[in-house]
Ligand binder design. Structure first.
Ligand SMILES: [Zn+2]
Ligand SMILES: [Zn+2]
Length: 295
């Protein structure tokens, strides 16, 4: 069995308040439990509550946690200094992220805990924190984790986790190539349409997944104003999910301006789009505190 729990579903910046009570205001953090393995995707502000829950569950028993960071934009790392299990020497924390562009991932990730920004250095947390750059397939017990580079203004990874029976894809902060570079008409030659080809590779990465945690930060109208920002309109996220025959699509990384009522409407639109694309994918907007079980 796999159990996926959403601890932070918001993109860009935390947005607590009346308008976000239903879907939540914490930034990106998703927990995946499979047997005894604890996998976490991203360390946005949602990871704080996850850390408290883990401490309650394990008490003084040591544990190993595998934290996968999609990229180092604030909304994906800013909760880590408040992740209590990482302060306990008995716990082993593996942190995986994309190789840095100018600096190694390790130093970028540590950078947010520089004394100019935070009173405690990462080196003062558990001595058993290991930081890894993702360069190839990773195996954790019976799980296999593959990665894919997304289209975003930072080196950003999507992750595909499988136990051989069930598959979950976490791929947020991604813009379809067709939207971002189609306008430029870039082609390898007149027979190959580069943006379409790159988007097809992404669909291949999603192929047949039981749960695709994907972003749809914008509506079609909003996207027209925000091309090149590295995020997706609802239309392409749903279309890619249908093309890949994903069983479920969890809309994720909600825009800070999108209230609960707005997101309810987007879910309605997503369901309509699935019909238009003649798919079977079940769509919902991920909600803080929600657990999806893959039996
Ligand atoms: Zn983000
Ligand atoms: Zn980002």
């Amino acid at each position: 069995m796999m159990k996926v729990t959403f601890w932070g579903t918001r993109g860009s910046i935390a947005t607590p308040g009346k308008g976000t009570m239903k879907y939540g205001g914490n930034t990106s953090c998703v927990e995946l439990r499979a047997g005894k393995e604890i996998i976490i995707f991203d360390a946005g502000t949602g990871i704080r509550n996850l850390g408290l829950k883990i401490m309650k569950e394990f008490g003084s028993r040591p544990l190993t946690i595998h934290l996968f960071i999609s990229h180092t934009h604030w909304d994906h790392i800013q909760g880590f200094p408040f992740f209590v299990p990482a302060y306990e020497a008995r716990n082993r924390i593996h942190i995986y992220g994309p190789p840095g562009r100018d600096k190694p991932f390790d130093s970028v990730f540590r950078g947010q805990m520089d004394s100019d920004y935070f009173p405690i250095d990462l080196g003062d947390m558990s001595p058993n924190i290991e930081v890894h750059e993702v360069r190839s397939r990773i195996s954790i017990g019976r799980l296999t984790i593959d990665h894919f580079y997304l289209n975003h203004p930072a080196l950003t990874l999507g992750f595909r986790v499988t136990d051989g029976h069930r598959t979950v894809v976490y791929a947020t902060d991604n813009e379809p190539y067709e939207g971002s570079i189609h306008a430029s008409g870039k082609k390898i030659d007149k027979h190959i349409d580069l943006p379409v080809m790159l988007d097809e590779k992404f669909v291949d990465f999603l192929r047949g997944t039981d749960l695709y945690i994907g972003e749809a930060q914008y509506t079609k109208e909003e996207y027209e104003e925000k091309k090149g920002w590295g995020h997706s309109p609802l239309e392409t996220t749903v279309r890619f999910a249908v093309q890949a025959n994903a069983k479920r699509l969890a809309l994720f990384h909600h825009d800070p301006t999108h209230t609960d009522a707005f997101l309810d409407r987007m879910v309605g639109q997503a369901k309509e789009l699935v019909k238009i694309y003649r798919g079977k994918t079940k769509c919902f907007a991920s909600r803080e505190g929600q657990t999806v079980t893959l039996p």
